[in-house]
Design a protein around this ligand. Sequence first.
Ligand code: HAM
Length: 414
Amino acid sequence: MAKIQKIKGFADLFAAEAGKYTFLEGAARTVFSRYGYGELRTPVVEFTELFAKGIGADTDVVGKEMYTFPDRKGRSLTLRPEATAGVVRAFAESGTYQPGRVFKYFTFGPMFRYERPQKGRMRQFHQINVECFGSASPYTDAEVLLMLHDFLSAAGLTKLSFELNTLGCPECRPAYRQALSDYFASLPADALCEDCRRRMTTNPLRVLDCKVPSCREATDGAPSVQDHACARCKGNFEVVTAALDAAGLAYTVNPRLVRGLDYYQGTTFEVVSGDIGSQSSVAGGGRYDGLVKLLGGPDVPGIGFACGMERLALLLPERKTQAPDFHIAVLDAAALPEALALAQRIRAMNLTGEVAHEAGSMKSQLRAADRSGARFCLIMGGDELAARTVVVKAMSTGEQMTVPLDDAERVVLR
Ligand code: HAM
């Protein structure tokens, strides 16, 4: 029978790699808790409608990348392509909102997008996601960015660039969209790629985000959102940048930063790395003030971000696993019960190590001890069992001594 393999774009994470994810989650949990965020776990599957409505039908994510399937009753379900829509749904559905209060959640977990897999881009990937509901203050935007920076620093990731933009609001965006459409319409017919010719009318902001070099060139002189933002959007953006300046967080303003999901307005941002190739955006987010209402909740503002763990993991050094404290070698099967009991006593002292479950030759047992990297090898043969002793070998020096079996755990503790 052909071997069953994993699905393309999905990965198995063994200890060395999985350890990086655990480390990132630990750093995120610690930092976000300091800012008053609490954990929220939402389902991996939701009704398709949630994403279609929340993310926008004309986005790449909804249009091309979702894992959508009917359940046994024919309802359309989708593996979550991102966390925001589900977190908003959970918040709205829970009815926890109270006017005047701010609600802050972080979420870790797998997301699914049917994209072309490459370095830093998977079909199942993992996000560290943050959402904050109930504050329209630009100081919240600034704090969210500072918290993201704090988390990345806590993870040891300091060589990253922060890019900021504002996407305008329902007041000023329509005029900006129109200005963009007019500009694109004035270009020669073949100046934009086929996708952009479609986006020109459906979602002109996305044209600014196109990676095709000729499109980038053609849109060089496009009107800037920074020039078209209304006084309120401009004012908010100034508060955000001034607050970041005061806090000493370096950033660049990138007027082409439009993000790929439709719910954004006002402050948007991405964190970019120059060290991981073309999939360089390690985090992205922004404000989405109309989304909670759109998804059936109260009319409250929201802001958040998500980090891609695969991309952060690419930037992390290999995590060193701690060497175990002991390995118990068993040379005579009669010693197996005592060996197992001794291992339990040592582990009860918070030490780590393994014990042979089958007796073997001195050579093979010592090889296993060596491979484990343990500090001490405790050797139990027939003679030792009869004398109720254990030979303890310090693996770094080769030094050996014989100690009473009932007391052997204390030698390892030293
Ligand atoms: P996003 O920009 O689509 O935003 O994704 C956030 C991050 O997830 C990206 O910067 C990237 O690091 C990672 N990512 C996305 N797709 C993949 C992939 N196929 N493989 C590996 N990593 C990937 C969102 O998802 C928004 N929900 C963020 C947000 C939260 N905005 C407000 N709140």
